[in-house]
Design a binder for this molecule. Structure first.
Ligand SMILES: Nc1ncnc2c1ncn2[C@@H]1O[C@H](COP(=O)(O)OP(=O)(O)O)[C@@H](O)[C@H]1O
Ligand SMILES: [Mg+2]
Length: 208
């Protein structure tokens, strides 16, 4: 069996990490071979890049540098985690995946979408996740959740204003519109359990 590659996308505070954890536990309970990773920061190099890209608020790369670093992180995750897992029949769940750069560096920062698309395809060997769950939510609601999040430290992108988050949201919706077979939109305002059920249902119907 080839391993499934499942990604979660959406703005900060939409509930990706919560749902990625739930899905991981769901597969684990069924004794499935499953790995949970994240973007950026799933690999050793990715961990260093995550520090530059989201953690260290004093480090401000140029938009194009930011794009290159995200693509480098993406390539590391793809080569070191996703590709080997696919070959071994292991399910990979990723908390953020390949669609972030079109949303953040494209719609958010204004870099050219086609150029970003070309770089992302290069980073992932033209491969796409089997299923992408886009948790859609209004930035105003997400912002309130971030303020309440257990881990209160805000990252660089959490600190961006509502109009930036709104463009990023549009960027994710643009990707869903372009690739409707892969990217499935779920309603982020639903409660955690209902969302989990919706996600399981989508995955079940996709893998049939
Ligand atoms: N469906 C939901 N309804 C209400 N609150 C949620 C829901 N999903 C997650 N949360 C809460 O919102 C905050 C952000 O969720 P999180 O999973 O960290 O989002 P993300 O990883 O997308 O930034 C957390 O405090 C989490 O407990
Ligand atoms: Mg998260």
């Amino acid at each position: 069996m080839m391993g499934l590659w499942i990604t979660f996308e959406g703005i900060g505070g939409s509930g990706k990490s919560t749902q990625a954890d739930f899905l991981y536990e769901y597969f684990k309970k069924q004794s499935m071979n499953v790995v949970l990773t994240k973007e950026p920061g799933g690999t050793v190099i990715g961990g260093l890049l995550r520090n530059i890209l989201v953690i260290n608020l004093d480090v401000k790369p140029e938009s194009l540098s930011e794009l290159f670093l995200f693509e480098a992180d993406r390539h590391e995750t793809f080569k070191k985690i996703v590709e080997p897992n696919i070959k071994e029949g292991i399910i990979t769940i990723s908390d953020r995946g390949i669609d972030g750069s079109i949303a953040y560096q494209g719609f958010g920062r204004g870099l050219d979408i086609n150029m970003i698309s070309t770089l992302t395809n290069l980073a992932t060997d033209n491969k796409k996740p089997d299923i992408t769950i886009l948790i859609d939510i209004e930035p105003e609601i997400a912002e309130k959740r971030i303020a309440l999040r257990d881990n209160k430290t805000m990252d660089k992108f959490d600190l961006e204003k509502v109009d930036f988050q709104s463009r990023v949201r549009d960027g994710f919706l643009y990707t869903a519109e372009k690739d409707p077979n892969r990217v499935k939109i779920v309603d982020g305002t639903k409660d955690v359990q209902s969302l989990h059920k919706d996600i399981i249902q989508i995955i079940d119907s996709q893998i049939k």
